[in-house]
Design a protein around this ligand. Structure first.
Ligand code: NAP
Length: 276
């Protein structure tokens, strides 16, 4: 079984991001990501620290904003109008009463580097240029880097959230995979999953995916990040699945590091002057 090492892939990607940042800086552009943290949440704060650390490594400026209650959308509007800001990430959880759809709609599509604007998802569905949520983009990036043939492959995505499951399914479909999307009401989940050549687990249930979900030789991408008493666990029971799968992403060290690096790559792409 191949262990798909997200940290090594992120390190590879970072080399190209650094080169692009150098080019932009030489042209007088400082690629800048605005990270908006509207609520006080431990997991969100630690993820933001990871973004800041990686941004510093590749030379992307990262400004963290903590809007006072009631000012989230006016802050996003301000960042949207600021030409020195190229990417905007609004970190969940959002304040009570604010939906991700409403907040995301304030992010211009060109600065929507984590695909939160509903228009970005619509554009993805139509095959038009848009930034995908970085996690969904990471799923595809890992499959591409692992040379997994997607055209004609049977892909099963467990989870249909707008940040992971749905955009991952759209991206797989765009690569000509035959895609099935599962959710909490799916019947015979393990049977459906076992039909997959490529299985993407994004449900948020530690260890849900056991050997009965995996066709021998299947490529399994574990998006799950579940904080438990025994540490961070994926949605895949790795010990059970490893003898069956052809390839598997570990948790931690799989999708997570690639996601962070793609968020920065998308920021750099957003900062690049339009090609004429
Ligand atoms: P979410 O919004 O809670 O969505 C979970 C999805 O899983 C829903 O579609 C839900 O179905 C489905 N589901 C829940 N329990 C299920 C079950 N027992 N059987 C089948 N389907 C089930 O979560 P999310 O934001 O997509 O995140 C999913 C996981 O990915 C979480 O562990 C999260 O921490 C992780 N994540 C990781 C990254 C990263 O960069 N590594 C980024 C984002 C998220 P319904 O639609 O029917 O409710």
């Amino acid at each position: 079984m191949t262990r798909l090492d997200g940290r090594a892939m992120a390190a590879d990607i970072s080399a190209t991001v650094v080169a692009d940042v150098d080019r932009l800086r030489a042209a007088g552009v400082e690629p800048t990501l605005a990270v908006v943290v509207p609520t006080d949440d431990g997991a969100a704060r630690s993820y933001v620290r990871v973004i800041e650390r990686n941004a510093a490594k590749v030379g992307v400026r990262c400004d963290v904003h903590e809007p006072p209650p009631g000012t989230l959308t006016s802050l996003i509007d301000q960042l949207a109008a600021d030409d020195t800001v190229h990417g905007i990430l609004v970190q969940t959880p959002l304040p009570a009463g604010t939906s991700a759809t409403d907040a995301g709609a304030h992010i211009p599509v060109g600065k929507d580097v984590d695909g939160m604007n509903p228009e970005s998802l619509g554009r993805l569905a139509l095959g038009l240029p848009a930034f995908a949520p970085a996690t969904a983009a990471a799923v595809l990036e890992i499959l591409r880097r692992a040379d997994v043939k997607l055209a004609g492959a049977r892909a099963v995505v467990l989870g249909r959230s707008p940040v992971v499951g749905k955009p991952a399914a759209l991206l797989l479909l765009a690569e000509d995979a035959t895609v099935t999307v599962c959710h909490s009401r799916t019947l015979d989940l393990a049977d459906v999953a076992r039909s997959a050549d490529v299985l993407v687990a994004a449900v948020g249930r530690a260890g849900l995916v056991d050997a009965s979900f995996v066709r021998p030789g299947a490529v399994v991408i574990d998006v799950g990040t579940n904080y438990t008493e025994t540490g961070v666990l994926g949605d895949v029971d790795a010990a059970a699945v490893e003898p069956v799968a052809g390839a598997l992403t570990p948790v931690p060290g799989g999708v997570g590091p690639v996601t962070t690096m793609l968020l920065l790559r998308q920021t750099v792409q957003a900062a690049a002057p339009p090609v004429s």
